[in-house]
Design a protein around this ligand. Sequence first.
Ligand code: PLP
Length: 442
Amino acid sequence: ETTETVNKAYAQLAELDKKHFMHPTTSFKQQHEQGPKFIFTEGKGIYLKDIRGNTVIDGLSSLWNVNIGHGREELGKAAMEQMKKLAFSSTFATNSHERVIELAEKVANMTPGDLNMTFFTSGGSEANDTAFKTVRYYWQLKGQTQKKKIITRKKSYHGVSMGASSATGLPAFRTFPSLAPDFLYVESSIEALEALIQQEGAETIAAFVSEPVQGSGGVNPPPEGYFKKVRALCDQHDILFIADEVITGFGRTGATFGMEHYDAVPDILVIAKGITSGYAPLGGMVISEKLKNELIDLSDGVYMHGYTYSGHPMCCAVALENLRIIEEENLIENVRKMGAEFQKGFQWLADRHDVIGDTRGIGLLGAVEIMKDPETKTRFDEPVSVKVIEEALKHGLLGRSIIYEGQDTLAFAPPFCINKEEVATIISIIDQSLTTVLKRDC
Ligand code: PLP
């Protein structure tokens, strides 16, 4: 195809995109004025290709989710076989099907401790809302109807449904006039959590929710010893502990689940993204055996919560195939090996650039924070990370800039199938892009 043909195809689609497609998490004005920069058409491994023939490294695994990488036909085959056999059937009440049972067992075997029973959803937001409703339902069954507040950490991201956006500790996501009530935001120190519990009264608190490593809030690992103390504090005060492992689940950090690094087993574990590597929409809430048994004992009516697509057969089939690939190809082992290279690369960048005030990460999840003066933690007037990401794109690397809460951070989370040369390429593009932007604009 000639440049002219592809440019024309791009222009036509871009026009229609502007006209008819409302983008998620996008400025209306910017979309209206600029339209889509990329219209992707293909993916293979860590690469994405767009309609104009540009190839870019998918440095964030799209939305931290295409973990096994693009273009794995086995997943398409699993989806097709399932659709041919049974495209859909309900899982409400007394109905079930083979794939959802197999997947629930698989998840139980993979999750730590006695986390053994899964409620399925279509994504992370629904899974978080499910967890929030379930913990409140649980305390209600126990006769403690005032125990309904949910404590969440500042800078956390839990999604955008009513409950999930209310639980999100990034104020930028809560700029809607009314959201769900009874969410409390706490600084990430154990002292702050303890003080908040004291202040509010444990008898009013249903649960504490946290990502093992905050993702959208800037790739923030927890303070030393934090989750062990959180676990103890929750036990002491009869507060349920929800771990949101939507990004960290199924290998991203080099362990099957992120909480494994921090020696804490939650009562509820929230999953999505990596369970299907984005090949199909699926999420879920995994509950402990203890919680399950109590729900059986306490409830005498119907748990009035369920989505049409709770346990969609095709999505479950895709998840099973994705988890098979992760296991059989030792991809989590590769996350550990390549994660070490990746983190070393960030360290190398920090040594080369005075403006890198912090590097953070674990496994194939990493970030560098840019500061005008790291000594005094002063920021540049205009975020530099935005320009670095733009520059990196010119060199074929897709990443994310995070500027919430006055941060100026570059975040990356490449697919698990990445190799050493590709890690080196990512680091080198960041290096070049940062150098260019600093020279040109700062
Ligand atoms: N929780 C975390 C930690 C996330 O990172 C995300 C999405 O980025 C969500 C929840 C929301 O998931 P979804 O977008 O599938 O609703």
